[in-house]
Design a protein around this ligand. Structure first.
Ligand code: ZN
Length: 204
């Protein structure tokens, strides 16, 4: 059986300094808490690196995407951490009969300064996925929204190999998360970095 590759991309805008309740929004990125850094907006923790990694796994296995697995039909995942979403994505992909080879993620953003914590981030994400996750970082030389410091984009690839038959049928189908609705984190609120896309399928 030949391996299969997948791709995932995720973007979040930096949040206001404080949320509606006046609390400082923490930055969660690549499975780590970044003290003193401005947080990302979204109904989840905004961890674009973890979200892109999870989406790449689904893509590689051909079992849907973040919206279909963590959308309206699974409201219990609303607000979940990026690493917990990645761990659940890995569980779903394995249950569908795949072994995970590796995941590679690159994020684009001016901040945070990533290299000092790269190994720590890779360890956290690898533990969540149960497979090697590598993370690299770059900037867009001042261009575009990442260059202006308005947000972060992450793109990921994953490699999987089918080694068995699905143990369970993946939870896709009619309510595949594109159906919008308030429980889909993308459909609500201008502060959700996804609201301007299709309003749908990027992530919870
Ligand atoms: Zn996301």
């Amino acid at each position: 059986m030949l391996p299969r590759t997948g791709i995932g991309i995720d973007t979040h805008a930096f949040a206001a300094e404080t949320d509606d309740a006046g609390s400082r929004v923490p930055l969660w990125l690549a499975g780590l808490l970044w003290e003193g850094e401005r947080g990302l907006s979204g109904h989840s923790d905004g961890d674009a690196v973890a979200h892109a990694a999870a989406d790449a796994l689904f893509s590689a296995a051909g079992v849907g995407d973040l919206g279909s697995h963590f959308g309206t039909d699974r409201p219990e995942w609303k607000g979940a951490s990026g690493v917990s979403l990645l761990a659940e994505a890995a569980r779903i992909v394995r249950a569908a009969g795949f072994d995970i080879g590796n995941i590679a993620v690159q994020f684009v953003g001016n901040r945070p300064k990533f290299s000092p914590r790269r190994l720590e981030a890779e360890a956290a994400l690898s533990q969540a996925a149960g497979a090697p996750v590598s993370v690299s970082a770059t900037t867009f030389d001042g261009l575009g929204f990442t260059g202006r410091g308005e947000g972060i984009t992450a793109v990921a690839t994953a490699l999987v190999v089918q080694t068995g038959q699905p143990a369970v049928v993946p939870a896709t189908g009619a309510a595949d998360g594109h159906a919008t609705g308030a429980a889909d984190g993308h459909a609500t609120g201008p502060a959700d970095g996804h609201a301007t896309a299709q309003g749908d399928n990027l992530e919870p």
